[in-house]
Design a protein around this ligand. Structure first.
Ligand code: SF4
Length: 447
């Protein structure tokens, strides 16, 4: 049962020491009740109070971890409805569904497993594979599913979802996945007892599905009573609109500490027709799936989904950054130009990619602007003449070059006079406003 801010306040030391970052214990208690801070931020909570507060402080959506011998996927543990209230923590796992009876299953999985794309310095991949018992397997033959699991395990180390209603087939396939945490799909009112036994035996995570949120809540409690703690919800729904409504309601109820729905959900993006698969998957990533299963392996569809996911799950208070320093592009020589930018990842990669693509060598000095883009950092006072000079001196750029000349981004031309004062022995030039114009500027203006 969730505690109110006042109830939590009564268990705090009430000294208003401010060490938690809040001016009073009451302010901290209110944030704790809203699940926007961690109890650990107050170092003075008594052991007895900690115990009492544990349930209230626990994330309202259970953390679910799928593990294999290679990688793991964590979902859940979310504490807010909207990203701007705090942040979303664990990105939904993106899984590709394959059919157990497909003779090309290993080839298809190997191809998708090898897919890797770089986005502003981060490597993105699929998170795992969902093997669906179809054909003979669905009618009770364990061999087809087991053979598919073996074939898939030979070509990927990523976590798996096993889809099927035959408890015996799932049981024998899970026996092949020793020391792994696998998701099995799906228990409903007709088979939950046998599937709960299988999940318990193999320490697997169990998907629970029902036709309404009421039935779902009823079923998760029954399964929990059988000793299964790790569950994922299939929210059902006739169409995307209904699924979205249920997903939102389930998240809202979970955040109010309604434990029977306090689990991540799974969504099958291709269930209503392949032509809308990308749209359905994007919707599920945004609100609020824990696992998104797609049927189509198409890089042109997967890449935007992965970028969307990354952007939604980036902490809005911590922009993605690169390490400040001097980056060498195209093997620069002492006479190569020195370009200056900020450490916001997208800014860095925009500049670095343009210069790299041009084949022109350059030294790229990345200043610490707390992860902001050029104009934002300048407006916030995080990218000024002092910081630029500090970076040039601190990274000892003078020792690398024969010509002391730096190029400022065109958007901060206004800083050039101040930079000249700070770096009196350097020539200061103003470059173009957009990274795309850098190669032409370097060819024409820097010779
Ligand atoms: S650190 Fe603890 S005791 Fe100090 S103000 Fe915060 S909640 Fe109160």
């Amino acid at each position: 049962m969730a505690l109110s801010g006042i109830q939590i306040y009564k268990m705090l030391p009430q000294t208003n020491c401010k060490e938690c970052g809040f001016p009073t214990c009451l302010a901290f208690a209110m944030k704790l009740a809203a699940k926007q801070v961690e109890l650990g931020s107050c170092p003075y909570v008594s052991e007895e109070s900690k115990k009492q507060l544990a349930e209230s402080a626990a994330p309202p959506i259970r953390l679910i971890t799928l593990k294999s011998n290679g990688t793991e996927v964590k979902v859940g543990n979310e504490v807010v409805m909207f990203r701007h209230e705090k942040t979303f923590y664990n990105k939904p796992g993106l899984f590709l569904r394959v059919k157990a009876s497909d003779p090309d299953i290993a080839k298809k999985v190997a191809q998708a497993d090898a897919y890797k794309v770089n986005y502003v310095g981060m490597d993105f991949t699929l998170n795992g594979f969902a093997i669906e018992a179809d054909g003979d397997a669905s009618t009770g033959s364990a061999q087809v599913l087991s053979a598919a699991v073996k074939a898939v395990r030979e070509v990927t180390k990523r976590p798996l979802i096993l889809i099927g209603s035959d408890a015996a087939a799932l049981d024998s396939s899970l026996s092949l996945l020793v020391n792994e945490s696998t998701l099995i799909y799906a228990a409903d009112s007709s088979n939950y007892e046998s599937l709960a036994d299988v999940a318990k035996k193999h320490k697997a995570v169990l998907v629970v599905k029902a036709d309404s949120l009421d039935d779902l809540a009823d079923l998760t409690q029954k399964i929990q009573a059988k000793g299964v703690e790790d569950m994922v919800l299939d929210l059902g729904g006739k169409n995307l609109s209904e699924w979205l409504a249920r997903s939102t309601q389930a998240r809202r109820l979970a955040l109010k500490n309604f434990k029977p729905l306090g689990y991540p959900s799974i969504f099958f993006a291709a269930q209503n027709g392949l032509d809308k698969e990308a749209v359905y998957a994007a919707q599920a990533i945004a609100k609020y799936a824990g696992f998104v299963v797609i049927d189509t392996f198409a890089p042109e569809m997967i890449y935007p989904l992965l970028v969307l996911r990354e952007n939604i799950y980036t902490d809005p208070q911590k922009p993605i950054q690169v390490q400040p320093g001097v980056y060498e592009i195209n093997s620069p020589k002492p006479e190569s130009p020195v370009l200056v930018t900020t450490n916001f990842s997208i800014t860095y990669f925009a500049v670095a990619n343009e210069v790299e693509g041009s084949g022109l060598p350059a030294w790229l000095v990345v200043t610490d602007a707390e992860g902001m883009s050029v104009l934002t950092a300048w407006a916030a006072g995080k990218f000024d003449a002092e910081r630029i000079a500090k970076a040039i001196k601190g990274f000892d750029v003078a020792s690398k070059v024969s010509k002391k000349r730096i190029v400022l981004p065109g958007h901060v031309a206004v800083l050039s006079g101040e930079v000249e004062e700070e770096l009196s022995d350097w020539e200061v030039r103003v470059g173009p406003r957009e990274a795309v114009d850098l190669p032409a500027f370097m060819k024409q203006a820097l010779n």
